[in-house]
Write a protein that binds this ligand. Structure first.
Ligand code: GLN
Length: 538
């Protein structure tokens, strides 16, 4: 027997059906009913973590407070639940194998042949139980990445089958998410792909308890009954997940479909109190009834894939609602910004953001963007590499330091105003070796950042190797670019501002990772406020 209840969320038919959002929405409802819940994501790829992945592959790499580089779904979990996740909340096949191989090298297996079953599946089960083992959670929701039937997800499905058998079906339930496509030619919703997908899951030894069907059109009662009959689930456990205008609507839809109640009943838990969702609904009301509209340009190099900047785009949704403002975000590719066109490309925006990033591609476009924002008094937010570009631009165009650069881009720069951090100089491996996770930062009283946070000391998440070169501090300060946030231990510059500008803030950390629905990030809220103000004054 076990005290912790496990819910597994698998996906079928296609990828990108939104397992992460369904998991986060269910967790939100259970949390709102008074249960302590956490979510875990198991990713079947062989990278040890997504930190080494190009954002074009799986979208943004999300960073937790404890410095884990994780899948972007953990961002959804934190944004919905308003609780921190950690390294244990994201496990990949690479990490599982790494741990098994380390044990084998240590001799832990006592001469046994090490195999997928039982050694890999045991390690998967251990990772699942680990999240619930601290005693902080009553319910653990584990999302299995990929699609049922994929070769690489087989060990995970097998681990779920074993756990269900070991813990009993009341302690371990499976929700399967599939797609019900609509055929325009015949005007019909089709259930066959769902039936096939459930058959595949059955072949792998799992009978799902609940089916969530993604659909563009409402499901009829008949269709639900048909799916229930062919897939061996109760009619009440066939749940409709219809397309909605915002992901933040999904918890309310799932509540209407009684997903939370069905799940609790199947696990033998009491429905608890009616979900407390007043603040959530208030957020949605503001989101849907904006009093203002601002246009913000997001300049980066991964703009072709919206997921590459997921936390930034969501942070603007939260900050927009907090200001009762619709934020219209336009992604602009930094490689397309040139000396000849930058004015034309950037004209008309109420605010400009330069995104985080790595490497030299598109860097001059980002620097030109900063120059436009600075000289035209457009509210500006530079995040990580965006802040570094602001420093480079200021050095070149205000301090007259020709050839000023980051040594990431030009190791021989005449003025290395951004330079490799001391502790990074001995690092040779790429995975998990950046300055990662939360660090403290002291704010300059009265600065724009301080006005946003209204605190002397903050803590924010990081993911970088380079930093402001303090050798140049006095030059910058004298010319009007002020360090307004510094790390109390190392003296590392965390925030720069230009007080003579309307609103110009560059941050070495990533505020976007900690913005949630119920706690919109103060810097994003302040930046949107500055954009509204500049709109009214221009
Ligand atoms: N490439 C820069 C660094 O490593 C910025 C990183 C980022 O934007 N996350 O310092």
């Amino acid at each position: 027997m076990t005290d912790v209840k496990y819910i597994f969320v698998t996906g079928g038919v296609t990828s990108s059906l939104g397992k992460g959002i369904i998991s986060a929405s269910l967790a939100k409802l259970l949390q709102a009913r008074g249960y302590s819940v956490t979510i875990q994501k198991l990713d079947p790829y062989i990278n040890v973590d997504p930190g080494t992945l190009n954002p074009y592959e799986h979208g943004e790499c999300y960073v937790t407070v404890d410095g884990a580089e994780t899948d972007l779904d953990l961002g959804h979990y934190e944004r919905f639940l308003n609780v921190h996740t950690s390294q244990a909340n994201n496990v990949t096949t690479g990490r599982i194998y790494q741990s098994v191989i380390n044990k084998e090298r240590r001799g832990d297996y006592l001469g046994k042949t090490v195999q997928v079953i039982p050694h890999i599946t045991d390690e998967i089960k251990r990772s699942i139980k680990l999240v619930g083992s601290g005693g902080s959670y009553e319910i653990v929701i584990t999302e299995i990445g990929g699609t049922v039937g994929d070769i690489e997800s087989l060990p995970y499905i097998e681990a779920v089958r074993q756990l269900r058998w070991e813990l009993g079906p009341q302690n371990c339930i499976v929700i399967h998410l599939t797609l019900v496509p609509f055929l325009h030619a015949s005007g019909e919703l089709k259930t066959k792909p769902t039936q096939h997908s459930v058959k595949m899951l059955l072949e792998e030894g799992i009978q799902p308890d609940v089916l969530v069907l993604r659909t563009e059109h409402p499901l009829t009662e008949d269709l639900r009954k048909k799916v229930a009959l062919f897939c061996n689930v109760e009619a009440g456990a066939v749940v409709e997940s219809i397309d909605v205008s915002t992901i933040y609507e999904v918890p309310l839809r799932m509540q209407k479909e009684m997903l939370d109640q069905t799940v609790l009943r199947k696990m033998g838990l009491s429905p608890g109190a009616e979900p407390e969702l007043e603040e959530w609904k208030e957020f949605l009301r503001k989101l849907k009834n904006p009093a203002h509209r601002v246009r913000i340009a997001l300049v980066g190099k991964y703009v072709e894939l919206a997921d590459a900047y997921k936390s930034i785009t969501e942070a603007f949704v939260h900050a927009g609602a907090a200001n009762e403002t619709a934020v219209e975000l336009t992604m602009i590719h930094s490689e397309e910004i040139t000396e000849g066109n930058y004015r034309e490309k950037l004209e008309g925006f109420d605010g400009i953001v330069v995104a985080p990033g790595f490497g030299s591609r598109g860097i001059e476009g980002k620097i030109l963007t900063v120059s436009y924002a600075r000289t035209n008094d457009v509210p500006f937010l530079g995040i990580c590499l965006g802040m570094q570009c602001a420093v480079i631009e200021f050095a070149r165009n205000v301090l007259g330091m020709e050839g000023a650069h980051s040594t990431e881009i030009n190791p021989k720069a005449k003025h290395p105003v951004i330079d490799l951090m001391e502790e990074q100089k001995s690092v040779t491996e790429k995975g998990g070796t950046m300055r990662l996770g939360s660090y403290k930062c002291e704010l300059l009283h009265g600065s724009e950042s301080w006005k946003c946070y209204r605190k002397e000391e903050i803590s924010e998440r990081h993911r970088h190797r380079y930093e402001f070169n303090n050798r140049y501090l006095a030059d910058f300060r004298n010319a009007g670019m002020i360090p307004c946030g510094t790390n109390p231990q190392s003296g590392l510059v965390e925030i720069i501002e230009i007080p003579s500008h309307r609103w110009f803030v560059g941050v070495q950390f990533h505020p976007e990772y900690s913005s949630t629905v119920l706690k919109p990030h103060p810097l994003f809220v302040g930046f949107v406020r500055a954009c509204i103000k500049s709109l009214n004054n221009s």
